[in-house]
Design a binder for this molecule. Structure first.
Ligand code: GLN
Length: 197
């Protein structure tokens, strides 16, 4: 069975576990870096990116997470997770994991729109997807080869860069598991590729 880890340091962890299990894969809450060796793909949940980064450093996860991505294993960042994956963060001198070729903007939809829901189209995955945004970031810019999969009000809210997937909203908060299913498919494909390489 395909094993998907959910980084369990902070944020919407349980909801992702439920969503992964609804898709028929096994979910593992990751609390120690050694557990990364047991999984085929990893979800970085929503929450608060600065808090999560502090805990990543505290529990010595930083290098292990970078190595996980650099080994070709898929990572899906949702909301705060999208911020953690980005190569650059607008207005900040340094970013976090810097694995994905994106520049992101935090809390980007403005104060009066702290949280909202919107129907979005996801290229090749869903024509109508109910996306829940909570103090959401968006992707300001993508580098070469990064595929833009969804926009909302002309802002990029979902993109894929090789084996990295990131969205600005919370797909785990509804019963629509199509995006999680897409990630699991990416993980299954990479598993096959990594097994033959
Ligand atoms: N604004 C948060 C951050 O900067 C992200 C919000 C979320 O994950 N819902 O980390």
């Amino acid at each position: 069975m395909t094993k998907i880890g959910v980084l369990g340091l902070q944020g919407a962890v349980r909801e992702h576990v439920r969503s992964v299990e609804s898709c028929g894969a096994e979910a593992v809450v990751i609390k120690k870096k050694e557990q990364l060796d047991e999984i085929d793909g990893l979800i970085l949940p929503g929450g608060e990116s600065t808090t999560m980064r502090r805990l990543i450093d505290k529990y010595d996860f930083y290098e292990a997470l970078q190595n996980f991505g650099k080994a070709g294993k898929p990572i899906f960042g949702t909301c705060a997770g999208l911020i953690l994956l980005a190569k650059e963060i607008d207005g900040q001198s340094d970013a976090h994991l810097k694995l994905m070729n994106t520049t992101v903007k935090r809390n980007a939809f403005g104060r009066q729109r702290e949280s909202f829901e919107a129907e979005i189209d996801i290229k090749g995955i869903a024509d109508q997807f109910n996306a829940v945004f909570i103090r959401a970031p968006y992707i300001l810019e993508v580098g070469e080869g990064v595929e833009i999969l969804a926009t909302y009000q002309d802002k990029i809210v979902l993109a894929q860069d090789r084996h990295y997937l990131a969205c600005a909203f919370h797909p785990e908060l509804t019963d629509d598991n199509r995006l999680t299913q897409h990630f699991i498919q990416m993980v299954e494909e990479s598993k096959k590729e990594l097994a033959t390489s």
